[in-house]
Ligand binder design. Sequence first.
Ligand code: SF4
Length: 326
Amino acid sequence: MATDLRVSLTDRCNLRCSYCMPPEGLPWLPNSDVLTDDEVIRLVRVAVERLGVREVRFTGGEPLIRPGLTKIVAASAELAPRPQLSLTTNGIGLERLARPLRDAGLDRVNISLDTLDADRFERLTHRRRHHDVLAGLTAAVAAGLTPVKINAVLLRGINDDEAPALLRFALAHGYELRFIEQMPLDAQHAWDRGTMITAAEILAALQAEFTLLPDPAERGGAPAETWLIDGSTGLDGRPAKVGVIGSVTRPFCGDCDRTRLTADGQVRNCLFATEESDLRSALRDGADDDEIARRWRAAMWGKRAGHGIDDAKFLQPARPMSAIGG
Ligand code: SF4
């Protein structure tokens, strides 16, 4: 059974990243379909107490816009065994929330930053909020949500020239940078395998300026392949690392230990699943924890061996990334 639970707390977002959704946004989930704070807390508890989940990552959409986020984190931190608690965010609002989330029990954060240029950021996200993301990064370190990881997606002809600069920036501030291959999960279904920047291209761009050494650390089910950066030191005094998540060209499905819960209470046994299992109805129909756990296990048993993106029959999921979460 999976040990790493990803919980999407909302499908709504305050950015409009072009590789995720159109500038006008999307028709959001009706509030009545979205799990209440107490329903989320109960499902996280069932996952930790009965299904062996040891890591919980809160995602979105943008999880910082969920009013009950701190309450959900605090309740999750009370669970036994206590799970590792992390958050994937676009950073907007983190300047204000980093400390309260840390105090509630959050352990660390991943913050999306695809460019160092404020104008480019606005073209990519249709919002002028670059400074808020940078302020969020600083506040995360100050609050002790470390290691602070940066997630960056490179798009051909838009920001694919920034790989070395982003790494220099991360090294200068002690952030751990990971590049993520663009995935076929955009709401517009415009993803194109041919124009996607591959892991190999990202590594080549980095190796033009840095010497990357194999990372001796055990990878396990971690999505990112990591390299040590020769001659660099991280905040912890050890060699700094850079990561690449090559979901498309270097898949890691064999070691995947993730299970996903959507904001409207559906279990997804894979990021690219085209089928889901409904826990919300079971919850609201009065199912007990045994029944919830039994349904969740059954959903995971149907997990496919791989995402099949390179198969001719590959079908992009109907649910967009913004409603699945990282
Ligand atoms: S959900 Fe994430 S990728 Fe999508 S628009 Fe929001 S910040 Fe961007």
